[in-house]
Design a binder for this molecule. Structure first.
Ligand code: BTN
Length: 271
């Protein structure tokens, strides 16, 4: 069934039958001054992007491929929001992960968890992911806009799933056992949860601790207390236990030689 119902506090929602990448489409709109709140949803992507340069498969009408435009560095007089400091933007992909877990938990009986930073796991297999991209402002002194892209495998069949470049097996909600047929309620729940968390986060200038985001994130994150292996930008191959996520959204890893902080781009794979 095709997607029909736009939802939201989002100020503009575009549904596209087919596009290259909804992240690219939102970025293009952002470059011409589109305000915060644009949502683009595609039935199918022909060049869907994943993290770390990977491809994201979006076969027709089998998943959710959604991107939203955020401008957290701009004041919002209507909501009474001050600009959030760019050092806190690292929480936005984690915030989207939390919203995705909430949407899946509302509409299915499945137990969804996050692998840090924001892979959506069901039964240890990857069912969704988030790609956050920062778009530099035209004026170099200004903070970037953020494109948050969310992909969820809803009814994909086993033969439509990607072979596992992340080292994780892949799944879809249906393959994991949820009798879902309609993606509209999932899209509505996702956009609603995303708006609610973004509003809470903006209301406290992006302080993830103060708005409760960090606690909720840690509750749904199954990386904590596990052994992880991370290749740091310095070339160091770090093996240790993930103990927490710090106030900037970085993973805290305790290894034999002390504590390390890992930014979202650095992680190779978890064990
Ligand atoms: C990942 O886990 O690697 C992130 C996947 C993100 C996929 C979504 S689908 C909607 C948006 N448009 C894209 O091209 N990518 C994101």
């Amino acid at each position: 069934r095709a997607l029909v119902t736009p939802y939201g506090p989002w100020n503009r929602l575009e549904l596209r039958a087919e596009t290259g990448s909804t992240n690219e489409d939102v970025a293009t709109a952002a470059r011409t001054g589109e305000p915060e709140g644009l949502v683009i949803v595609a039935e199918r992507q022909t060049a869907g992007r994943g993290r770390r340069g990977r491809v994201w498969q979006s076969p027709a009408r089998a998943g959710l491929a959604t991107s939203v435009l955020l401008r957290p560095g701009e004041a919002d007089a209507h909501h009474g929001w001050e600009p959030a400091p760019p050092s806190r933007y690292g929480w936005l992909p984690l915030l989207a992960g939390v919203a995705l877990v909430e949407a899946v938990s509302q509409l299915t009986e499945l137990e969804a968890a996050l692998k840090w930073p924001n892979d959506l796991l069901i039964g240890g297999a990857k069912c969704g992911g988030i790609l956050a991209e920062a778009l530099p402002a035209a004026d170099p002194g200004q903070p970037p806009a953020i494109v948050l892209g969310i992909g969820l495998n809803v009814t994909l069949r086993a033969d439509e799933l990607p072979s596992n470049p992340t080292g994780l097996p892949a799944t879809s909600l249906r393959l994991a056992g949820a009798p879902v047929t309609d993606r509209d309620p999932l899209l509505r729940a996702l956009l609603r949860a995303l708006a609610a968390w973004y509003g809470r986060w903006r209301a406290v200038d992006g302080d993830a601790e103060a708005c409760g985001l960090r606690d909720v994130y840690l509750d749904s994150c199954d990386t904590i207390s596990r052994q992880v292996r991370v290749l740091l930008p310095t070339g160091v191959d770090l093996i240790g236990e993930a103990t927490s996520v710090d106030p900037d959204g970085q993973l805290v890893v305790r290894s034999a030689d002390g504590e390390h902080r890992v930014a979202a781009g650095d992680i190779l794979h978890l064990r």
